[in-house]
Design a protein around this ligand. Structure first.
Ligand code: F3S
Length: 421
């Protein structure tokens, strides 16, 4: 790769071994992916779960890390500052309510240590999968290095920012160096549409946007689809869509003519490309999605779950409206996930109190997936779960073997009150 004199200096160790290691690792990734050089980034979204997890991004390689290695890394990191705006994905617990989700004190301490280290480096430990709506909002054309599939999709498709799907390792290196390999989504020629999705039924609700995304992702898998016949989504629709499309797929961007900043028209979205494939989304397609996401739905429900991706303030307002004066059945948990900043706002506005008065819990900084797939927390009984989220319905089926009800929020609230479906 072509390096600037400053990048060569860092590679030669002039800024210390930590940055030298970051630079060498990013060069290896860039060379493997065909990048000619680096591009400066202004925004990073990374993932920091606990201190050992963070330490795994760095050497020594080829052997298990010892406690001394982890302490040494913490010492080295404490001397670094990230030069760009950097936020973090959901973590392993809500540090204010860690017992509620089954964590223990030992796990809490290691999360706290990682958080302290990250904050010393200047990282905003937001623990949110919707940075694009709250604390890290890049503008059209901004180069970023983000590690969160749905956020990457949102940034490229709805903001016109430019980011590849980074790993937690590469995003940490980019956070410390302020650069990323210049390939993929950073280059205009790679952002043109490749496939067409012909939407032949109305897509009206947030959940329906998720279903459509899930179907198209499953049919196409890879590429940059251009969606036809859609009206402008709300930000909640777009958020649900961006997470759902990558449940069965590995995409970085879509175009919706008149919505995607780089696609005023369908013609501009394709930029001269001829669609390789056409995916039709119709009634039969929607029925097949309902079939996938509802698994043995009838019977007692152990948990009703909202907030995947993390709920917006508007979604919490709507949920509070639905829950006002109601109460969840005694054996049915009602969990709502959001970010720390939105939770604080919801509490100020009284929505948190309404959710808690209804027997629910408003939890921030994490989600079921991360609490119980990455952490050591004890998972509550979730034989059957009701949710309005595509990704959550899919994840709990696969990860926990749960039965699922995939339904609109109004139905989910009724299920919470009844305790079953
Ligand atoms: Fe976010 Fe967790 Fe869902 S990271 S998209 S709330 S699985």
């Amino acid at each position: 790769m072509q390096l600037t004199s400053e990048q060569k200096r860092i590679l030669d160790g002039a800024e210390g071994p930590l940055l030298q290691e970051c630079m060498a690792s990013l060069i290896k990734c860039g060379e493997a992916l065909g990048a000619a050089d680096f591009v400066p980034v202004t925004s990073v979204h990374t993932s920091i779960l606990n201190l050992p997890y963070l330490a795994n991004c760095f050497g020594p390689r080829g052997r298990e890390l010892t406690e001394a290695d982890v302490r040494a890394l913490r010492e080295r990191l404490s001397k670094q500052r990230v030069p760009v705006r950097t936020t973090t994905n959901p973590g392993m617990m809500d540090l204010e309510q860690w017992r509620l989700t089954g964590s223990d004190d030992a796990a809490r301490q290691t999360v706290q240590e990682a958080l302290d280290t990250a904050r010393q480096c200047g990282i905003l430990t937001t623990f949110s999968c919707i940075p694009y709506l709250t604390d890290n909002i890049p503008a059209l054309g901004e180069h970023c290095a983000w590690a969160e599939t749905s956020a990457v999709m949102y940034a490229n498709s709805f903001l016109g920012a430019r980011t590849n799907r980074e790993s937690y390792e590469t995003s940490i290196y980019s956070a410390l160096l302020g650069i990323t390999p210049n390939y993929g989504m950073h280059l205009p020629e790679n952002r043109r549409g490749t496939d067409l999705v012909d939407v032949r039924i109305p897509v009206r609700t947030t959940r329906e946007w998720g279903m459509m995304g899930y179907y198209a992702g499953g049919v196409l898998g890879l590429g940059i689809p251009v969606f036809r016949n859609l009206t402008r989504p709300s930000m909640e629709d777009a958020k649900q869509f961006c997470s759902a499309i990558n449940v069965p797929a590995g995409m970085s961007m879509v175009h919706i003519a008149g919505v995607t900043p780089e696609a005023p028209t369908e013609e501009a979205a394709f930029g001269g490309n001829t669609p390789r494939r056409v995916c039709v989304y119709d009634k039969a397609a929607r029925r097949s999605v309902e079939g996938h996401l509802n698994r043995d739905p009838h019977g007692k429900v152990d948990m009703v779950y909202f907030g995947c991706p993390h709920a917006t303030l508007y979604e919490l307002k709507e949920l509070a409206r639905l829950l006002e004066g109601r109460h969840a059945a005694p054996d049915t948990k009602l969990w709502v996930m959001t970010t720390g900043s939105i939770k604080a706002a919801a509490d100020r506005l009284g929505y948190g109190d309404v959710i808690r008065a209804a027997g629910g819990e408003l939890i921030s900084d994490g989600c079921l997936n991360i609490f119980y797939n990455y952490g050591t927390a004890t998972r509550p009984k979730i034989d059957r779960i009701a949710t309005n989220s595509v990704k959550q319905a899919f994840s709990v089926q696969r990860a926990f073997g749960s039965k699922t009800v995939f339904a609109e929020p109004e139905i989910c609230v009724e299920i919470a009150v009844e305790g079953g479906y």
